[in-house]
Every structure is written in structure tokens, then in C-alpha cells.
Design a protein around this ligand. Structure first.
Ligand code: DGJ
Length: 545
């Protein structure tokens, strides 16, 4: 092409491209084996925290919190939108709480993920407006087997779902009008920790009639379709009744509490689908649902059952195609186990509630999530309570500075890794060294710091994230990890450290600090990121035969 024409085209096209990048609706994009969030036309990591439930209901409470969140290194805040406050009178909407969130976030250069506290919040319907709560004839409740009403709107009433869908659609229409340029809001969570408790099945009249009705074709088709295998729990429940391809819920799945949970999951998911689809029609932001997890040994009915739990993934995905992904709220110590259970194919991995802010394991959990599971985001709960000296701020600052390096490597094989000791539900943990492959090298990561007395360290809080920058150069962000190296190919000989240095990334360029080739690497024997702090180090290796 003639160079003058090319230059002119560049001049004409660049502003147009930039403008379209700025206004692009946030979306999920598959990259290799993972799915990422794109905002402003590029992959985005949510270095986030979720506000406590009541903070966003009062502008005066919220106002002084914004600067603290920014100072803690957050780039995104998860904040509730309360149905009862946005629709105090039926069809008369007041989005002032949403506008306050948008203004505050923008003023502090933060993005938002909104949480729709609609029909259900932690199973209950406490955020439904008074005109819904006080009219059980029009908006029926779930009921227990003795007929008592619960503080839970039944998912089996068309009036319930339509009222919720209208309100949610109004919210998304409002966002489409006030946030279409900036896209301060990146994603929306639909409802909050949906679940049935204290019995596995709703016994309201409409629920009873659905229970004795045929299992819908969409679910039967999914059960017998070739393709991705069913979760073993669903496959077992179906096989136990003879893999039937038609029949009522009791005929196809039986009558125990596990069958009841499948039935409720299908109907909760269908309700959430109706709400999400109504909203997506107005503004197609990524949408997700979050789950309260299950303590070991609990049966359906003894925990908030039928929510978007891993063993119910096939039902949720089939009944709620407008929901882009399922996400865990991980308050239990076994973070690694639950995180892996939600590292599902064809969806991104995100932890909207990663324990309480200030948890001693947050840094290790976050680095593991971004490095090992290609997370799009991490978000401790009640983030306004994060102690000012929390290490998470340093981890977020480091991650922000290498965001592009991380997102470019996610989903593309052994160019990124994350490590932390797995902790069990009973808080015991396995501090054994772990091996990870990066480029042409095997990294052996130890979580017990060699220079700190054993009783003065907590290896369950140690962890890190490593990136291969080239064949021989690696970047590690972490706390309390010591790493030795060997070439994957034994014929290459032994690995040695050419150069180790600490430093930081500024505007995409490595700015070295101290050179660490003496005591800090035990004269080249290992790379060490001490406990009690978050460090970033670069190491260049070489092999000698
Ligand atoms: C999980 C819920 O999703 C949050 O809204 C909050 O209630 C926390 N639990 C608090 O414990």
C-alpha cells in the first residue's frame, strides 16, 4: 500500500479504534484453555473486594471508604444493589444508591461489580421490597413440609419471578443509560447465594405440583446427550433410577433429599435465568451466580441447598444459559480444594467472596488463584474492614504492575504457575515442597522458610505466582517461598542462578532494586522471598553440563 495512504488510514483509524475500545461492553473472551474478562478492549484482572452488606445503602457511610479501598490497591469493588431500595413502591424506581456507587467509584478510579440483592440473599428474601414481602397471596413463599411459610420467595410463582425480572431489567436499563460510555460496571452477580433451607424441597402447593410433573425435556436431553460428561453426583442419581428418559421427578431421580436438591436446583436456576435474561436484553454485561459452600457431611436441607454448587453444575448451566459462570464464596480453610472444584471448563474462575478481609491466607490464595487457575479476579468480603497494614495491598500492587504479563500467559500452558500449601477443612495443611514446570525448568518450591524459626512462621500463609518471561528468565511474586531449579531436560546438566534481583514493574518496564547474588540467595543456591512481606524478584538461570 502507498505509504501516504497507509499513514492517512492510520490517522483516521486510530482514534476510531481507541474510541471503540473505550466504550466496548465488558465481555468474556476465551484464551487458550481459559476464559478472561475484557474491559476497555483488553484483558482485565479484578483486584477486588466486596463491601459488607449494609455499607452501600448509606452514602454517608460509603463516602469515607472509597479512598481506603483505592489505597489498599483495589481496582474493583463488589457492591450490592438492594431491590427494596431501588423499587420501594411498585414500578417507581429510585436508582440513587446505584448512582452514588457509580460516582464514588469513578471519582476514585475504581470499577464495580454489582450484586443484585433481589429475590434471594443467603437463601432468604430479606431484600425484597415491603410491597412484595407483605403480600404473600400475590408473592407466595416457600413452605416447609408442615406447611409453615419461610422467609423465602418460592421459585415456583410466576408473579415472583416476573416482579424480580422487571426490577432487574430496570436496573440494567438504567446502567445502559448512565454507564454506556464509561462501563464502570464490569459484571453483575444475579441474586446472592441462592439456596433452600432448612428442608431440601419447597412444599408450597405450586412446588408440590411441579415435583409430581414430568422432568423437563431440556434436562432429559442434557442427561442423555453425548458430549461433556455429567457431574458424577448427577450421573449416579440418574443411574440409580435406571437412566429413565421420561417421567416425573420422583420417577427419574427418586425421592431422597439428593433428588429433592436436583429438583430445586433446576427451578432456582430457571428463575435466575428469567431474571438474568431480562437484564441482559437491556445491557449484555457478563453475569454470574455465587454459591454458599457445603460443610463436610451435611445433607441437602442442612445447608443452603440447590445453589450453584459444583455437583449441580449441569443443571445450572442447562437451565440458566444467560448466566456466564458459577462462582464460589470460599470462607472455609480448604481454599485450594474449592477453587479447583470451580475451575470448570468454558467458564472463567472468580472468587467474589474470598473469606473475610484481613484473612492471613489472602495473599497466598490470591497468588494461587491468578497463577494456577487463571483467575479473572479475587475479592475478600467486608473489604472496608481490611486492616491498613494488610499484606494484600502489596500483593494487589504487584499484580497491578504485571497485569499484562499475567493475562498474556494465562491459559497458554507452562508460562505461568501459582503455588500455596493445600489446607484441609480442619485447618491441617501439607507444607511439602511442590514442583511446578515453567518454560524449560522445574521449580521446586518450599513453603518453610529456611532462615526463620519454624515456630515463628505460618507456612499455610505462604505462596506465590511465577511467570516465564523468556526461556531462562522468570519473575516471581510471593511471600515465604524458597525455590530451587533444575532443567527439565536432564541432558542440559545442572541449573545455576546467573542473576537474581528484586525490583518492580513501572509502566511495563522492570526497574531493578538490590542484586541478590550473595546471602539473599544463599550464594546462588536458591531464590528466597521472605515471609511477612510480598516481594517481586527476577531470576535468570543457566545450565552447565
Ligand atoms: C456470604 C454472603 O454472600 C455475604 O453477603 C455475607 O452474608 C457473608 N456470607 C457474611 O458472612
Amino acid at each position: 500500500m502507498n505509504t501516504r495512504i497507509a499513514a492517512l488510514l492510520t490517522l483516521l483509524c486510530v482514534p476510531a479504534l481507541q474510541a471503540s475500545a473505550q466504550t466496548a461492553v465488558p465481555r468474556l473472551v476465551t484464551r487458550g484453555e481459559t476464559v478472561q474478562l475484557h474491559a476497555d478492549g483488553r484483558p482485565f484482572l479484578l483486584l477486588a473486594g466486596e463491601l459488607g452488606n449494609s455499607t452501600a445503602s448509606d452514602p454517608a457511610t460509603l463516602a469515607p471508604i472509597w479512598p481506603r479501598l483505592r489505597a489498599a490497591g483495589l481496582n474493583t469493588v463488589l457492591a450490592p444493589v438492594y431491590w427494596e431500595l431501588v423499587e420501594p413502591v411498585e414500578a417507581a424506581f429510585d436508582f440513587s444508591t446505584v448512582d452514588t456507587l457509580l460516582a464514588g467509584a469513578r471519582r476514585h478510579d475504581l470499577r464495580l461489580v454489582l450484586l443484585w440483592f433481589g429475590s434471594w440473599k443467603n437463601s432468604m428474601s430479606t431484600y425484597a421490597p415491603s410491597w412484595v414481602k407483605r403480600d404473600p397471596a400475590r408473592f407466595p413463599r416457600a413452605r416447609t413440609s408442615d406447611g409453615s411459610p419461610l422467609d423465602i420467595l418460592t421459585p415456583f410463582a410466576p408473579e415472583n419471578v416476573e416482579a424480580d425480572a422487571r426490577a432487574f431489567a430496570a436496573l440494567m436499563r438504567h446502567l445502559a443509560s448512565v454507564d454506556a460510555e464509561r462501563h464502570t460496571v464490569l459484571m453483575v452477580q444475579v441474586e446472592n447465594e441462592v439456596g433452600m433451607i432448612p428442608e431440601a424441597r419447597d412444599r408450597s402447593p405450586a412446588a408440590e405440583s411441579a415435583w409430581w410433573s414430568p422432568v423437563p425435556h431440556a434436562l432429559l436431553d442434557r442427561l442423555s446427550a453425548p458430549g461433556p460428561p455429567l457431574h458424577p453426583a448427577l450421573a449416579t442419581a440418574w443411574a440409580a433410577m435406571g437412566n429413565r428418559t421420561h417421567g416425573t421427578w420422583p420417577e427419574v431421580f427418586g425421592t431422597d433429599e439428593r433428588a429433592e436438591e436436583l429438583f430445586m436446583a433446576w427451578h432456582f436456576a430457571g428463575y435466575v435465568e428469567r431474571v438474568a435474561a431480562a437484564g441482559k436484553e437491556r445491557l449484555p454485561l457478563p453475569m454470574f451466580v455465587n454459591a454458599a459452600l457445603v460443610r463436610p457431611g451435611r445433607k441437602p436441607g442442612e445447608y443452603p441447598s440447590a445453589g450453584p454448587l459444583p455437583h449441580l453444575v449441569d443443571l445450572w448451566k442447562t437451565a440458566a444459559p444467560s448466566i456466564d459462570f458459577l462462582a464460589p464464596d470460599i470462607y472455609f480453610p480448604n481454599f485450594v480444594e474449592w477453587a479447583r472444584a470451580y475451575d470448570l471448563p468454558r467458564q472463567p474462575f472468580f472468587v467474589p467472596e474470598a473469606g473475610y478481609a484481613g484473612s492471613s491466607t489472602a495473599v497466598a490464595d490470591a497468588l494461587f488463584a491468578f497463577g494456577a487457575l487463571d483467575a479473572i479476579g479475587f475479592s475478600p468480603f467486608s473489604i472496608e474492614d481490611l486492616p491498613s497494614d494488610a499484606l494484600l495491598a502489596a500483593a494487589y500492587e504487584a499484580l497491578a504492575s504485571i497485569e499484562g504479563l499475567v493475562t498474556e500467559r494465562q491459559g497458554t500452558g507452562p508460562r505461568i504457575a501459582g503455588f500455596r500449601p493445600p489446607v484441609a477443612y480442619d485447618e491441617s495443611f501439607d507444607e511439602s515442597p511442590q514442583e511446578v514446570v515453567l518454560g524449560d525448568y522445574l521449580f521446586r518450591v518450599s513453603f518453610v522458610d529456611p532462615w526463620t524459626p519454624r515456630e515463628a512462621q505460618a507456612p499455610e500463609t505462604h505462596g506465590g505466582l511465577a511467570l516465564a518471561l523468556s526461556d531462562d528468565t522468570f519473575l516471581v511474586v510471593g511471600s515465604g517461598v524458597t525455590i530451587t531449579f533444575e532443567p527439565l531436560d536432564a541432558a542440559a546438566g545442572r541449573a545455576f542462578i546467573d542473576r537474581a534481583e528484586e525490583g518492580r514493574y513501572v509502566d511495563g518496564a522492570w526497574v531493578p532494586g538490590r542484586r541478590l547474588n550473595g546471602d539473599q540467595t544463599h550464594q546462588g543456591r536458591h531464590m528466597r522471598l521472605p515471609p511477612g512481606t510480598v516481594a517481586m524478584q527476577l531470576v535468570r538461570l543457566y545450565a552447565v553440563r
